[in-house]
Design a protein around this ligand. Structure first.
Ligand code: C5P
Length: 223
């Protein structure tokens, strides 16, 4: 029988891409498939945790036995996560959250009346950074999808967002990143590289991340 390393732990996972609407029929999103986050939610459940999965756009099947919350925009995700943060032990932020949203959402479909269209974007709140400021004992895991200088950017995010671990992948490498069933990750903590994994299925990556989290619970610093 599998060891239940996360028995009794409340785990919140975010996954998928956010959708930022321009008008009632058009929106901006990104290439996130949700596969990594869904694999984490499914594995956390198998490891005994109570799991909430806050999901943006994806085509993945909802894992059995998890509480499922669908959201559309980054602001929706912000509210869904913040309202549950108090009762959570571990937050794993695998979602690809839009950095910006259109300043205004047109109430009616935009018409092609002009040769050019300008849309002004405003910055979305950083959900993970907000959690990092509010945390009191919660264990925070962030993701960093990069195309260059992976370690430097991952460590920068870890410090800025006050996370306990950052899971970094080079999304330009074959077999890593968006849409694939495999991933190649390095996991960083405040001291630097904590775990380097070879190419493996996202399910196996999820198990390794969660096993590392379980081994570190209780030793993380509150804010
Ligand atoms: O977008 P960025 O590379 O900074 O994302 C790093 C981490 O921060 C990811 O875990 C992502 O889910 C999280 N994030 C967030 N809210 C945002 C942007 C990113 O929680 N607005």
């Amino acid at each position: 029988a599998e060891k239940k390393l996360l028995q009794g732990k409340k785990v919140l996972v975010t996954a998928g891409g956010t959708v930022e609407r321009i008008d009632p029929v058009r929106y901006l999103t990104n290439d996130s498939s949700g596969k990594m986050g869904y694999a984490i939610a499914a594995q956390a459940k198998r490891m005994g945790a109570d799991v909430v999965l806050v999901s943006g756009k994806t085509t993945e099947r909802v894992p059995d036995g998890v509480e499922f919350v669908t959201v559309e925009s980054a602001l929706d995700m912000y509210e869904a996560v913040l309202s549950r943060f108090e009762q959570t032990d571990i937050v794993i932020k695998a979602a690809a959250v839009a950095d910006y949203r259109p300043a205004e959402q047109a109430p009616q479909k935009l018409k092609k009346n002009n040769d050019e269209l300008t849309i002004t974007f405003v910055k979305n709140p950083d959900i993970l950074q907000t959690l990092g400021q509010k945390k009191h004992g919660q264990f925070l895991v962030g993701f960093a999808a990069e195309t260059e200088r992976v370690e430097e950017y991952a460590m920068g995010k870890l410090r800025k967002k006050n996370c306990d671990l950052v899971v970094a992948n080079d999304v330009s490498a074959d077999g890593a990143g968006f849409g694939t069933d495999t991933n190649i990750v390095r996991i960083y903590d405040a001291q630097g590289l904590a775990l380097q994994l070879p190419i493996m299925s996202k399910t196996d990556v999820a198990t390794r991340i969660l096993t590392l989290v379980a081994s570190r619970l209780g030793s993380n610093k509150g804010a």
